[in-house]
Design a protein around this ligand. Sequence first.
Ligand code: AHM
Ligand code: MG
Length: 300
Amino acid sequence: MTTLHDYLESAGCDEGLTTLIELIALQAVPIREAFITHQSYASTENVYGEQQAAMDTWADERITMVLEESGLVRELSSEEQDEIRTFSDAKYDYAVVMDPMDGSSLIQTNLAVGTIVGIYDGGKVLQPGRHQVAALYMLYGPMTTLTITVGKGVYIFALDHTGVYRLLEAEVRMPEGNLYGTGGARPDWTDEHAEFITEIEKEGAKLRYTGSYVADFHQILKYGGIYCYPALKGKPDGKLRLMYEANPIGFIAEQAGGAITNGRQNLLDVEPGTAHQRTPIYVGSMNMIGRVRECFARRE
Ligand code: AHM
Ligand code: MG
């Protein structure tokens, strides 16, 4: 069965990118072990004023250390760190963006959470998502899986008991579908968002939302539909972040035949101003994204 290593070689990734992807993917092993010892909340807040779970800081510090020591990464930007890090001793020019522990508020309920990563070439993290050379996420569910694109379709691997990722699904296509999940409370939704949700609910769309973006997206990738975290009244940029959450997942969605938008623009085309900027997110199957665009256009 094809391993992650075999796949990256056959996809034409050079040695540096292959090593970097494998290094990140293998952090799933210590991360999985750490869940049991890092259940509590830390006493720290991140740049957004959110209380950090112990696993947020643990995974962030672990991956940061490994990437710094690798010599492969020139810049690193993490959802959990205020500043962009520069590793001036790096021998390669990769730049990495990451949400080290997405969905961390669910750790104490033992629902699936994940690590989201985007990789750029050229040493800089502040680039539009379309410039990513690879995007991936590890999902810590009943299996640990790695969903990855290097710009040649989407592949899913499962981590086996020997620490090797083996191919689970090649050339993944996101089907058209009618599952939906949306963040925000209904009284806070904008008129466009409320109209979209009301329309698709009338047509039989079925709600699936855990509060773990990476897990909720994975369900959409497999079964089809849409994940939304909209603009909210008083929070026009919503909750999720362009660089750490929108862009890597958006690249994967597009490579699987889906799309990502803020309602008006493809998020992969947005030039980031700052590392931590937020954005409304709609990501999913083409039929659903088309409906979102229509709803927003009607209110122009
Ligand atoms: P985080 O866990 O990295 O802070 O990400 C934010 C999470 C997403 O995983 C999830 O989709 C969203 O926040 C849920 O927010 P809400 O509780 O408002 O629905
Ligand atoms: Mg997150």
